[in-house]
Write a new protein. Sequence first.
Length: 327
Amino acid sequence: MNKKEKKSGKKSPAGDKQETGSTKIIQRFLKTNHLRELENESIFVFREIAAQFQNPILLFSGGKDSIVLVHLALKAFYPAIIPFPLLHIDTGHNFIETLEFRDHLVEKIQGRLIVGSVQETIDQGKAVEETGFNASRNKLQTTTLLDAIYAYKFDAAIGGGRRDEEKARAKERFFSHRDEFGQWNPKNQRPELWNIYNGRKNVGEHFRVFPISNWTELDIWQYILEENIELPGIYFTHTREVFCRDGVWLAYAPFMKLKPNEKVLVKQVRCRTVGDITCTGLTLSKASSLKKIIKEIAATRVTERGSRWDDKRSDTAMEDRKVEGYF
């Protein structure tokens, strides 16, 4: 810094560039270190699952969170393959992109896939198809899931739930106990002090385990970018037939019944969270890359599940489903 700069208190352009460069390096280090801590925590949980349970299953929806779970499981048990199968509950009303990506990923990781069919559950008379404008098979997944857990005698079901998603999710522990009927009691959660997880259970009971509980939506996307994780195209901006229902954009499908005032339009949209077509809200977006998605999410004030139609059925919709045995 020369004498004139000392008097004026101004730095040279070179100094500004150097300071900006150093700031970026520090920010990048802090972000990377934060993601590494989350990754290590999740890997630790995966290894605890393998140590404490005899017959775990990884619940796979084809969404970004379950894809990240698979990636973390691969890291946790490398160089071996994932030591438990993937379970997908197929509502029969899934996005075709999700199903195609599911099959592609299972083949890629040399994994084993188990598919539970909601349609079979309906055909067997164990669940009743909803009717009307708001009909959905989303809630019917619970019976199919519990039947699969019972049939295969799974003692731990690994899910991609995160505490930042929704108020009922925030009540979950990493190891979330379910009784012999698959039900969850939010008032009967076991303490988890110093990363000590209690997997003890009685015959017929099981656990839902959530290795990415402490991750946020932004963490997930930054990790996907950093790890170069492959995703289905439905998460990026694409053209799709949609209609608007009570402020939520939904993908149009022939089995969906439109109200008189609803019209099918063609829009540029993408998914933030993926589930049954009937309840998966779409986001109007021009984010065609991971960096653009991250920028978009960092600026939004709408939560990830704010666009989920199934959560709008009541103020306690998610908790009601979870108590019954939902994911």
